[in-house]
Design a binder for this molecule. Structure first.
Ligand code: FAD
Length: 341
């Protein structure tokens, strides 16, 4: 058995490897090194000549390339046929997908075709052993699939010792995208598509597609000024926009702030929002509930502005400013406008 790690690499609308897939390759590279196995990527789409160069800096050993005009944009049936067959043929032990709309559509179908398990929406992955007392059996080198459970109140570690491959979808932004020295002998295997798909895989055809550009880019922002329920009103959120403007950053929000109508859902950060890892996260009037922290605790520096010095956010913040957003934010805005523009 080869027992390699596979990453399904998604293709973006503009024909590049999606960030989440590069994040997974970075994580996959580390896991593969720990297990002393290879990291392999599956890329399915059209006009993929440039893809090998995009993946090379992420430590991939082999790329299985299914390059065919019929395979872009994404369609569930042909993509799942190719992925399932490649996984069986090359005996993958671990398979990772991004928890994107494509990954969430594709991975369950692949899991059901292969009759294996699937853990959705992981926020962390590790390798570990598991001992079962009843049978006195130790399972070695399992994939620990870690994700929040029960409304985010616990962090569950899910294992799948009996079924193979072990498969997981992973949230966007939780793994760090890190390049390594490209492998000298990276192999690109061109897939003969007709061997992997049948005519019936194309019974569903797309008759209309409408692509909406994302309205905000908090995922990629280096500085985020985020507001919570403590900001008090939609009008007060205007202060956050001013500070974000002075710092060339973006505005984020807690769920309580979104629910109260202070901000829109696409800015929500946390378990049911987006995951971010900016260089600087300024949390204004945010208590720091576990579901919020799940989306921002990987930020490099955290500043909290809160009236309560003991709010949970204070335990993970690098700097705590005790005060109201109404008094602190205007001073910060004035300072940064004077010094940075
Ligand atoms: C399944 C599930 C999923 C969830 N997903 C998310 C998620 O994705 N993202 C998310 O954020 N939450 C999520 N939540 C909700 C989460 O549990 C919290 O309720 C929410 O994060 C609280 O938001 P908050 O910190 O803005 O509000 P609060 O908890 O009400 O905190 C307000 C804070 O503001 C401070 N404050 C008050 N007045 C001022 C002032 N004038 N100036 C400065 N500080 C002030 C207070 O001291 C307090 O610390 C989820 C919950 C569940 C059950």
């Amino acid at each position: 058995m080869k027992k390699n790690i596979f990453v399904y690499c998604e293709i973006t609308e503009d024909g590049h490897i999606a960030d989440v897939s590069l994040e997974l390759c970075s994580k996959g590279y580390k896991l593969a090194k720990e297990l002393k196995v290879k990291l392999e990527a599956i890329v399915i789409g059209a006009n993929l000549n440039h893809i090998a160069a995009e993946l090379a800096p992420f430590g991939v050993d082999t790329i299985y390339l299914a390059d065919d005009n019929r395979l872009f944009p994404y369609l569930n049936l042909p993509h799942s046929s190719i992925v399932s067959k490649l996984i069986s043929e090359y005996e993958a032990d671990i398979v990772l997908f991004g928890a994107t709309s494509i990954g969430r559509d594709l991975a369950p179908r692949v899991a059901s075709a292969l009759r294996c398990g699937l853990t959705a929406d992981c926020t962390s992955l590790e390798i570990g052993d598991h001992y079962i007392k009843k049978t006195d059996t130790t399972y070695k080198n399992l994939l620990y699939q870690i994700r929040p459970a029960f409304g985010g109140n616990i962090v569950a570690t899910i294992i799948n010792p009996d079924m193979h491959p072990q498969m997981a979808t992973v949230r966007e932004g939780v793994m760090k995208k890190e390049t390594v020295r490209p492998k000298k002998n990276m192999a690109v295997v061109a897939i003969e598509v007709d061997k992997y798909v049948s005519e019936t895989d194309f019974v569903v055809s797309i008759i209309h597609r409408q692509i909406e550009a994302p309205k905000v880019n908090i995922k990629g922002a280096q500085i985020i000024v985020a507001g919570g329920y403590g900001v008090g009103s939609k009008e007060n959120f205007g202060l956050l926009y001013q500070l974000a403007d002075a710092l060339s950053g973006e505005v984020g929000a807690s769920r309580a702030a979104v629910d109260a109508g202070f901000s829109s859902h696409e800015r929500q950060i946390g378990q049911t929002g987006v995951t971010v890892r900016p260089k600087l996260y300024i949390a204004c009037g945010i208590s720091g509930a576990v579901q919020h922290r799940a989306g921002m605790d990987q930020s490099a520096q955290i500043i909290s502005i809160n009236t309560d010095p003991n709010a949970p956010i204070s335990h993970i913040a690098d700097y705590n400013i005790v005060g109201t957003v109404e008094e602190v934010l205007p001073k910060m805005i004035k300072y940064f406008y004077q010094n940075s523009k």
